[in-house]
Design a binder for this molecule. Structure first.
Ligand code: FES
Length: 160
């Protein structure tokens, strides 16, 4: 496997992340229960309830990535749920017998944060992307990618 390229997360530090392993902190979280199919507004926007305490959305390498902290570990998973694209950074963390999962706020699919596999509902052989994460001593988070986005290679014609 080729070496990964680690990019710093610009808008989030380790200390900004809510620790899902702390019961008191977990109680502050809010479940987002509205889905666009069940509760659409006339203007087409989705109204989300207070999302304090949920995961954090990062945008790096032209990808939307949901970040979660559990104890000392930071997990990074593709933001859009593999079911119908729900916002995983607004999901809750659930500890199953054999895995740590994010539960999508739209229809409740549970995705393993370590390997991206759908653990619930059963019978779906679906996997989404999880990203390796490194955290420096000063709290800077880095996300590993196997390649850089196209924008890093775009050259304006006027430069030639
Ligand atoms: S969009 Fe349906 S479970 Fe996530």
């Amino acid at each position: 496997m080729a070496d990964l390229i680690y990019l710093p997360v610009k808008n989030v530090q380790y200390g900004d992340l809510f620790d899902w392993s702390v019961p008191v902190e977990r109680c502050k979280s809010r479940t987002v229960t509205l889905s666009p199919t069940k509760s659409p507004r006339k203007d087409g926007l989705i109204v989300l309830k207070d999302k304090t305490g949920n995961g954090t959305l990062a945008q790096e390498n032209e990808q939307d990535i949901a970040l979660f902290r559990f104890k000392d570990t930071v997990y990074a998973v593709r933001e859009n749920c593999p079911h119908l694209g729900g916002p995983l950074h607004l999901g809750e963390i659930e500890e199953l017998a054999d895995s740590l999962c994010v539960k999508c706020p739209w229809h409740g699919w549970k995705i393993d944060l370590k390997d991206g596999k759908v653990k619930f509902p059963h019978g779906h052989d679906v996997t989404t992307v999880v990203f390796p994460v490194k955290v420096t001593e000063n709290g800077q988070i880095y996300i590993g990618f196997d390649r850089l986005a196209e924008k890093y290679f775009h050259v304006e014609d006027s430069e030639f």
